[in-house]
Design a protein around this ligand. Structure first.
Ligand code: FO1
Length: 304
């Protein structure tokens, strides 16, 4: 079994790549829930849904989130009523949130509902929310305190961030399934997701960080920063704002002694020696998964 610490798009692509070279049933994704939100009375779990939709081959390539072939009739009716429409929920996507919310009201856990949704979508990778307890990633910014999606969507991650915190992390517990995946999988892979706002909210739960540190030699991380920039989202900007170098070295500083092996892009080969000198094993390869052959090569490097 391989465990993948996962945020949204970067993790979804890595899991899809890994599924090309290992049986998907051998993969377990421990997924961030710090960007989950309650809106219109519905529980929305963007990272879990992005991964589920991507692995089902149904992700929306135009938006990068939500479902393919989406329509927006409910949102435009809601906007016409003067309702909150800044966070776009497509008509097809809404069914997922309605289903999840109803099941949670009936007493199911997020872990239960995630399993049910994966089954319905025919996804064989096991998706595990890191916790079933309430947690929320919050940004202290130049314009005040913002929830994750206020920062990310409403303000297009275009405000200066002073600090990030995960409310509820101290009290939250790892689910037994996530605990087992982190401690008993043959290896743990940190996906090329945003280290500060997708992976750290996983590491802050329970003893996740200690579990990884204790098996550092089995921990492989794929750098989300390539030649000083993130492929998508604000990871590069946030690293700089929070005092880290905007490079794979800055990401390595952030994770510190959790990682045994770094997988960095060919364009960052110049940093390989520095990482080796710090005691990491380093693999240099293509980390952009835009073509199947590259995705397969990256997956093979991760597994090797
Ligand atoms: N991202 C946007 O930029 N705008 C949206 O309106 C939006 C809606 C949305 C609805 C459901 C969902 O699962 C994801 C959605 N996202 C949207 C993506 C999401 O905000 C972020 O990509 C993740 O939270 C970061 O991992």
């Amino acid at each position: 079994m391989i465990c993948v610490l996962s945020g949204g798009v970067g993790a979804a692509r890595l899991l899809r790549a890994l599924s090309l070279v290992v049986e998907p049933t051998q993969l377990r994704a421990v997924v961030n829930v710090g960007d989950d939100l309650e809106l219109h009375g519905l529980m929305i779990c963007p990272d879990l849904d992005t991964i589920n939709y991507t692995l089902a081959g149904l992700n929306n390539d135009v938006t990068g989130w939500g479902l393919a072939g989406e329509t927006w009739r409910v949102m435009s009716e809601l906007a016409a009523l003067g309702g909150a429409s800044w966070f776009s929920l497509g008509d097809r996507d809404l069914a997922t949130h309605l289903y999840r919310t109803q099941r949670l009201r009936e007493g199911a856990t997020k872990t239960d509902v995630t399993r049910e949704l994966s089954e319905r979508f025919g996804v064989a990778v096991t998706l595990l929310p890191v916790t079933n307890d309430p947690v929320a990633t919050v940004f202290d910014t130049a314009i005040g305190t913002l929830s994750f999606q206020e920062y990310f969507v409403r303000h297009h991650h275009d405000v200066v961030v002073r600090s990030v915190r995960v409310e509820g992390a101290r009290e939250a517990r790892l689910t037994p399934e996530a605990h087992e995946a982190l401690s008993a999988s043959a290896s743990v892979v940190i996906a090329p997701s945003n280290p500060l706002i997708s992976i750290d909210p996983i590491l802050q739960i329970g003893d996740a960080r200690a579990l990884l540190r204790a098996r550092r030699d089995d921990v492989v991380a794929v750098s989300p920063i390539i030649a000083g920039a993130a492929l998508k989202g604000p990871a590069d900007r946030l690293l700089g704002e929070l005092g880290f170098a905007v490079s794979c070295l800055g990401v390595a500083d952030f994770y510190g002694d959790l990682v045994g092996t770094w997988i960095i892009d060919e364009r960052d080969e110049e940093h390989a020696e520095t990482l080796r000198a710090r005691g990491h094993r380093v693999v240099v390869t293509t980390t952009i998964m835009s073509h199947e052959a590259d995705a397969r090569r990256l997956a093979q490097a991760v597994l090797a």
